[in-house]
Design a protein around this ligand. Structure first.
Ligand code: FPP
Length: 236
């Protein structure tokens, strides 16, 4: 019997931290803190399942509009996560990457990210990509601008631009497209995440709030994926 397919790349929209906290009379920042544990659990489960790429939507371009205190709390949490996990990431062959407008991140967070990416650059088991200050529309506009500059400089012809040349200018260049996208928290939308890359991705939506998402929920998403018939626009 053939083994059921394991998604090579899983992308996750980790939604519901705020509602989880509000229901408990806690601050939104405490909800985000509770959201760090499922990150560990999902990474562990993904490695064990043989997933090669895991991409997490940790901070969107739109999230800059949140209260200053919440934004600061998120970056402190990110730095704590990187400092506490880097040894484990190295020991388990996880390479850390980041996508997004990283120049806009607070300097200390950017430094912590650079150190963690350098330390884990030898990881070969799984690539963990954090989307930080990420927005798909900004990513696509930037790619178009880079190509326009090449055309203006005479380095390429306008009609040489193909889906492949555009994809090569995205922050995700080098990452395969996601096979499975999971969104927690009950909403069924992409929220400006990987719009181009999800053209043929399978979607899994669950009402479970991110801090409550555990290995069993991750397994349920994998089980659902394994029932899907992927046709990529071809006939059966
Ligand atoms: C959306 O929930 C979640 C975020 C904006 C932040 C995601 C961050 C984490 C899960 C923290 C841990 C991450 C790492 C990498 C250590 P929301 O606040 O929009 O929830 P709501 O829809 O219930 O208000």
């Amino acid at each position: 019997m053939t083994e059921p397919p394991v998604p090579r790349h899983i992308a996750i929209i980790m939604d519901g931290n705020g509602r989880w906290a509000t229901r408990r009379g806690l601050s939104r920042s405490e909800g985000h803190q509770a959201g760090a544990e499922p990150v560990r659990a999902v990474l562990r489960a993904a490695r064990q399942a043989g997933v090669r790429y895991l991409t997490l939507y940790a901070f969107s371009t739109e999230n800059w509009g949140r209260p200053e205190e919440e934004i600061q709390g998120l970056f402190v949490l990110l730095m704590k996560y990187l400092q506490s996990e880097v040894a484990e990431l190295m020991a388990t062959g996880v390479r850390l990457e980041a996508i997004g407008d990283l120049e806009t991140l607070p300097a200390l967070a950017r430094e912590a990210l650079t150190v963690a990416m350098d330390c884990t650059s030898g990881g070969r088991e799984l690539t963990l990509t954090l989307a930080l200050s990420y927005g798909s529309r900004a990513e696509l506009a930037r790619a178009a601008s880079l190509l326009a500059l090449e055309v203006a400089a005479g380095a390429r012809e306008a009609d040489s631009i193909t889906p492949q040349t555009l994809a090569a200018k995205l922050w995700t260049s080098g990452l395969p497209d996601p096979d499975l996208l999971i969104r927690t928290g009950g909403d069924m939308r992409l929220s400006n995440f990987l719009l181009w890359q999800c053209a043929y991705t399978e979607f899994y939506f669950t009402p479970t709030l991110w801090p409550d998402f555990g290995e069993a929920d991750f397994q349920a998403a994998l089980d659902s994926y394994q029932t899907r018939e992927r046709r990529f626009g071809l006939s059966v």
